[in-house]
Design a protein around this ligand. Structure first.
Ligand code: MN
Length: 292
């Protein structure tokens, strides 16, 4: 069984639409709780913003949120499905699975963006665009995880708007990238997952990986995305070959049920993946140890 954490953080995004992230978070978490039959834990986070410091907008507030989320994660008794909020809520859960499962744990990152900036390369100072890079141990030392994940065991899926610094990292082969191209098939994702030689995966879904024709209420929607069924199929396909040991769904900027309900098949796929993944846990991979 897994836990459902609602982390209604908005300060990692700096566009006007980010003001919708808290209500979007709670609406999506409540829907997920209902669909998956899991109680929702609302992790407290701060509501206000603070100045840009050291290249990170609202740095001080984000550090307070980080401490609050860490408390919740340390109390988790099993895998966690984190509902954001902005993508910045993903760095700590990534560090958690790395600590619990060791250096061969991999990352599946469904996102229209790379989230691979550091404060030095970010054009905006928005921490959500740096969330994955800090899980690799690079960037602001107060945000990086203690036990970094391996970029080589990271599969980025569907990225189509990349900053120059991020594109350079992908061109250099820092992470594997599965772009959305003609003839898309979920086997492209499982192929990359196998090639990464990861033993388990953390699954991240930024809702902007979806095409705006189906879901346009991500904080930063981008044309040319995947269908809900395509993401759900890819999640199920990977879950059939490797355990999914943690997951997050982020950047939901609407609380309208008529728009959220298109996501139900995706929620079901993520829930099924986590249930299958937790069945793979051995005694030595328990959930008792603490994490910074
Ligand atoms: Mn993202």
């Amino acid at each position: 069984m897994f836990e459902l954490h609602a982390v209604a953080q908005r300060q990692g995004a700096v566009v006007a639409k980010s003001s919708w992230l808290p209500t979007g978070c709670f609406a999506l978490a409540d829907l997920a709780g209902k669909v998956l039959g899991t109680p929702v834990r609302r992790v407290p986070v701060r509501a206000g913003t603070s100045p840009l410091v050291g290249g990170i907008a609202s740095r001080e507030v984000l550090l307070v949120n980080r401490a609050l989320q860490l408390t919740a994660l340390n109390e988790a008794r099993g895998p966690v499905l984190t509902i954001g909020g902005d993508c910045g809520v993903e760095t700590l859960p990534l560090g958690l699975v790395r600590q619990r499962f060791g250096p061969t744990v991999g990352v599946l990152w469904f996102d229209a963006h790379g989230d691979l900036n550091t404060p030095a390369t970010s054009p905006s100072g928005a921490y959500h665009g740096m969330a994955l890079r800090h899980a690799f141990g690079e960037g602001d030392r107060d945000f990086v995880v203690d036990t970094p994940l391996s970029p080589r065991r990271t599969v980025l899926v569907g990225a189509r708007v990349l900053d120059p610094g991020e594109q350079a990292l992908i061109d250099r082969g820092l992470v594997r990238h599965v772009p959305i191209e003609q003839g898309w098939h979920s086997s492209w994702v499982t192929g990359a997952a196998e090639a990464s030689r990861a033993s388990q995966f953390y699954l991240h879904i930024d809702l902007d990986v979806l095409d705006p024709s189906e879901f346009a209420d991500a904080t930063c929607p981008e044309p040319g995305g995947l269908l809900v069924s395509e993401v759900a199929d890819a999640v199920a396909a990977v879950a059939s070959i490797r355990p999914i040991v943690g997951a997050g769904i982020t950047e939901c900027a609407t609380d309208r049920h008529d728009r959220l309900r298109v996501l139900v098949p995706l929620l079901r796929a993520v829930g099924a993946a986590l249930r299958a993944g937790s069945g793979e846990l051995s005694v030595s991979q328990g959930w008792s140890s603490r994490h910074r």
